[in-house]
Design a binder for this molecule. Structure first.
Ligand code: GDP
Ligand code: IMO
Ligand code: MG
Length: 422
């Protein structure tokens, strides 16, 4: 039986997972998304054309690769149809797309609730992508959620009615506009009709593929430090973008796991609120943002930028059981004169090398940095590790030494071919 390779975000998202998955999926039979929804934004640059995927696994760019949206994903059908259209406009086909019957559906009231909740949080807002992700997962776990398969059942109207009536009471209480049951019902019946050719039992499909030795790659969304359990709660997303979520969001068993690749940037970034120990709220952060074009793929928000935090990375390797690392943007960080790498923290005079998500402790941590020489020169066309200047290798070696995980992939530019594979 074949093994499934998984690509996961190791920090706060936007590490360049799309790019790595695109590389790994080039000879894959199946590319799979198992968690999150269209809060994700995965950018891939192929032959000068930039693609941004939110829901459909990026692997769909390879002709013949089956792209599966697994049961753990929350699906906004309007966004999905737009994404299919945009693919087709770029001359790509979506005929290999499969959507799980068990995936939950995002409705307009989820998006309305997302913004209402953010406004009630005031200063403590999370900075969500406002795509209705949290409220949709909330319904899933409350057990009133509507699955893709429900869209085709006679009970759909009643389930929708229950949800809208209940939620409208809350919207009314806050003086917000209420939702019209029949309007939404008719809109979603139309979406259901359009997405029907793609809907299937993806668990069974995945296991048929495994039994037939097909190559499956799994595209993580979000990242370890945004995980609902392991991240900087409550400044997290509402799913488990770590390895457990991949299994429960797809129906793949633990014994089928192959390589688990953790993706990171040679620096770090975060979009949205919450603690970020190595953030550079200064000229350095601004420079990194501009050099790395760090503006959100989904919300276009400027990303907070800072140095790479090795204890945080180590934590991500532990909770995911990472077997290798992919370091993107080595070209970007190599443009700085001097690079810093966080190797521990000073906590009230005590040196610690363990990451924590405890907000009170985080506030008191001062990062301890090792300094590296920058100015790597133009490395954007390098294909071999040995071509890299010694100072760049030294930086990569330090990441490996601290985490005890091999850096197998190194991104030297946004393009598909701009990668060193060791
Ligand atoms: P994802 O959400 O993890 O897939 O990452 P995003 O697509 O949101 O953000 C990563 C950004 O970095 C995108 O604009 C990519 O095109 C870009 N990128 C990825 N790898 C590299 C790299 O090695 N060098 C440079 N310069 N850009 C990269
Ligand atoms: P990719 O897959 C970066 C962040 C949001 C917010 C928090 C909760 O592109 O790496 P949500 O809308 O999920 O309830 O927002 O999580 N967030 C991301 N940040 N990359 C992402 O996805 C993200 N998905 C969610 O900014 O802080
Ligand atoms: Mg992204």
């Amino acid at each position: 039986m074949s093994k499934v390779d998984v690509v996961l975000g190791s920090f706060y998202g936007d590490e360049g997972k799309g790019k790595i998955i695109d590389y790994l999926a080039k000879d894959a039979d199946v590319a799979l998304r198992a968690t999150g929804g269209n809060n994700a934004g995965h950018t891939i640059k192929v032959d000068g054309v930039k693609y941004a995927f939110h829901l459909i696994p990026s692997g769909i760019l390879n002709d013949g690769t089956i792209a599966i949206i697994g049961n753990g994903v929350v699906v906004d059908p309007k966004v999905l149809l737009e994404e299919i259209k945009s693919l087709e406009e770029n001359g790509k086909s979506a005929e290999n797309l499969k959507i799980s019957t068990k995936a939950h559906v995002i409705f307009p009231y989820h998006i309305g609730m997302d913004s209402l909740l953010e406004s009630t949080r005031g200063e403590n807002k999370i900075g969500t992508t406002n795509r209705g992700i949290g409220p949709c997962y909330q319904d899933k776990f409350e057990r009133c959620g509507i699955r893709i398969e429900d869209l085709y059942r006679k009970e759909f109207y009643e389930k929708l009615k229950y949800n809208i009536e209940y939620k409208n009471k809350i919207f009314k209480l806050y003086g917000k506009e209420e939702y019209d049951l029949d309007k939404i019902y008719n809109e979603y019946i139309e979406y259901a009709d359009k997405i029907k050719p793609y809907v299937c039992d993806t668990v069974s499909l995945i296991h048929d593929c495994l039994d037939n030795d097909k190559k499956i790659v799994c595209e993580g969304a979000q990242a370890a430090l945004l995980d609902i359990d392991f991240g900087s709660y409550p400044f997290v997303t509402s799913s488990n973008p770590t390895i457990g979520g991949i299994l429960s969001g797809s129906g793949i068993g633990a014994s089928s796991l192959g390589e688990v690749v953790g993706v990171l940037k040679a620096y770090s970034s975060r979009v949205g609120e919450g603690p970020y120990i190595t953030e550079q709220k200064n000229e350095i952060g601004d420079t990194i943002r501009e050099l790395g074009h760090e503006y959100g793929t989904t919300t276009k928000r400027p990303r907070r930028c800072g140095w790479l935090d090795l204890p945080a990375l180590k934590y991500a390797t532990q909770i995911n059981g990472l077997t290798s690392l992919a370091v993107n943007h080595l070209d970007t960080i190599g443009k700085l004169d001097e690079i810093k790498l966080c190797v521990g923290y000073n906590y009230e005079g005590e040196i610690i090398d363990k990451f924590t998500t405890n907000e009170d402790i985080c506030k008191k941590l001062t990062p301890i940095y090792e300094t590296f020489e920058g100015n790597f020169g133009d490395i954007s066309n390098y294909k071999d590790y040995d071509e890299l200047p010694t100072k760049a290798k030294k930086y990569i070696d330090s990441i490996e030494e601290f985490t005890k995980v091999k850096v197998k992939y190194i991104g030297v530019g946004p393009g598909r071919e701009q990668m060193i594979v060791r």
